[in-house]
Design a protein around this ligand. Structure first.
Ligand code: FAD
Ligand code: SIN
Length: 522
């Protein structure tokens, strides 16, 4: 089956929704999402969106903080571009119906603080900012007659000819068939890859599909060794690493060990509000030193009223697991949270493949460098979605592609799924154990050998059997894990989120890593 559209947007998080709304003013847009429309990391975002909104804050200060958090590896042009466009991005969200929390008097928006920020600059909707952004933009998209929404449609591969992207093969999960969608421009907005790790704050869909699709299409990826671990996810066997927002620390929560002792001051003068890489590594070290499985976060010194007002969702969720944050500390551990690297793009979301744009967490714009500062991600989603949309508008050429259908004539239906479930678990545990918060040459070498075996088994399966959505996700997950391991093995220094015990110092020169499919030809 074939479909044609002007613009194909793959992914319905903040980036995909923003781009769709902007482009639907002029074009027919097809927006696909592999699950339901609002199933995305965006929906789960808690803390908020960073932008220069307070009178005593400045663009230069937000830029400086972002560069410090990025540990020398940010592209200053991208940082400046994103932050200079921050205020208008927030205005666009408000005009699109997003309702942010007001301050006590109701006269202005309440701004909170998070790690690395020298000012209060995080605008938020209590502690469920992502839900508010996602639901508001989704409501607008649903009303837009120029947008066709295809839920439960999973992009399998991009279709490229002569370095030009002409659309994608898309798996309709309900009908179990692959359709061919041709488009004048294609936007990948598929979110991150934190599901490559056993413990993650991300929803199940974060299997890194966009990185893998772009890679197979010939895109260059950058900085894939920088995987961010959020310092504070709830430590409970049934909590699925539920995130405890950094905004709690912004409002005064303290990290303590099993002896009730504050420990962050032993690691960094910025204490609880140091950038995330520093706090996660400090927790990791504290856990190793004390031999305990977790540390604790305590905000109970604040009044019950304040806590319930600022963090209603976190308060309720913790109660479900038996922890009342107004009265006691809660057990927390770091978990994989954000993919700082991604498909290399310019300030307009353009890649090295014509007519292919990449935005949001799947992209590497240069904003985050070696470590993303809290709440800069949603900002990047909106700012770069808008600049990609502007570029598409200027360069639009009507779609006249005639594409071949997906060929499944040489494969048969698989009789069992054990290859999928086994390798899914094996990859995620391998990444957690060998490519985690602290790395070493020896562990990376072992990881490289092990992931190659898994990769070859999965590719063999792909050549012989019909695809399913679980299998497509596994294939992507394994490829992205391999790219991360390869990228990590090539960085002989410790910088930002990449810390290796064999090279604990930072090199004099900060060089972003670049990797493409010719680098994994073995
Ligand atoms: P996502 O929101 O992840 O959306 C990806 C979309 O792509 C989904 O619709 C998915 O179904 C779809 N998709 C994926 N693969 C395919 C495929 N093959 N075919 C079709 N569709 C596909 N950042 C902040 O700035 N502030 C915060 O407060 C904050 N809090 C966070 C809290 C949590 C718990 C998490 C997990 C993240 C948080 N982040 C926060 C990070 C931020 O939410 C994400 O980086 C951001 O939302 C990513 O947006 P996106 O549009 O790029 O992708
Ligand atoms: C949080 O609320 O701690 C998450 C913020 C982010 O990931 O930017």
């Amino acid at each position: 089956m074939k479909q044609n559209t002007d613009i194909l947007v793959i992914g319905s998080g903040a980036a995909g929704l923003t781009a769709s709304l902007e482009l639907a003013k002029d074009f027919k847009v097809t927006l696909i999402s592999k699950e339901t429309f609002v199933d995305s990391s965006t929906w789960y975002a808690q803390g908020g969106i960073a932008a220069v909104l307070a009178e005593n804050d400045t663009t230069e200060s937000h830029i400086k903080d972002t560069l410090i958090a990025g540990d020398g590896l940010c592209d200053e042009k991208a940082v400046r571009f994103c932050i200079e466009n921050g205020k208008s991005a927030i205005k666009w969200l408000i005009d699109s119906g997003v309702s942010f929390t007001k301050n006590e008097s109701g006269s202005d928006y309440h701004l909170t603080k998070e790690g690395g920020h020298s000012h209060r600059r995080v605008i938020h909707a209590a502690d469920t900012t992502g839900k508010e952004v996602s639901d508001s933009l989704a409501a607008k998209v649903l009303k837009d007659k120029n947008i066709t929404i295809l839920e439960n449609h999973l992009a399998v591969d991009l279709i490229t000819e002569d370095q030009v992207c002409k659309g994608a093969y898309v798996f309709d999960k309900e009908r179990e068939q692959v359709i061919t969608i041709s488009a004048s421009s294609t936007i990948l907005a598929t979110g991150g890859a934190s599901k490559i790790y056993l413990y993650t704050s991300n929803p199940d869909g974060a299997s890194g599909d966009g990185f893998a699709l772009a890679w197979r299409a010939g895109c260059t990826l950058s900085n894939m060794e920088f995987n961010q671990f959020h310092p504070t996810c709830l430590y409970h066997p049934e909590a699925k690493s539920f995130l405890i927002s950094e905004a709690l620390r912004g409002e005064g929560a303290k990290l303590i060990n099993h002896e009730n002792k504050e420990f962050m001051k032993n690691y960094d003068s910025r204490e609880e509000l140091a950038p995330r890489d520093v706090v996660s590594r400090s927790i990791d070290e504290e856990m190793k030193k004390t031999g305990k499985d977790c540390v604790y976060l305590d905000i109970s010194h604040k009044s019950e009223k304040e806590i319930k007002k600022s963090f209603p969702a976190i308060h309720t969720k913790c109660l479900e697991f038996g922890f009342d944050i107004t009265k006691t500390s809660i057990p927390v551990v770091p978990a994989a949270h954000y993919t700082c690297g991604g498909v290399k793009t310019d300030l307009k979301g353009r890649t090295n493949i014509d007519s292919l744009y990449v935005i949001g967490e799947t992209s590497c714009t240069g904003l985050h460098g070696a470590n993303r500062m809290a709440s800069n991600s949603l900002l990047e989603c909106v700012v770069f979605a808008k600049s990609a949309a502007d570029d598409i508008k200027i360069n639009f050429v009507p779609n006249s592609h005639n594409l071949s259908n997906w060929d499944n004539s040489k494969v048969i239906r698989a009789g069992e799924n054990i290859v999928i479930s086994h390798n899914w678990d094996a990859t995620r545990r391998l990444m957690w154990d060998y490519v985690g918060v602290v790395r070493s040459d020896d562990r990376l070498k072992k990881a490289k050998e092990k992931i190659k075996l898994i990769h070859d088994e999965v590719e063999d399966f792909y050549r012989n059997y019909e695809i399913s959505s679980d299998f497509i996700e596994l294939r992507n997950l394994v490829l992205v894990a391999r790219i991360v391991i390869e990228s990590a093995s090539r960085r002989f220094e410790s910088r930002g989120l990449h810390f290796t015990s064999d090279y604990p110092e930072k090199s004099d020169q900060a060089i972003p890593s670049l990797i493409s499919n010719k680098d994994l030809n073995y």
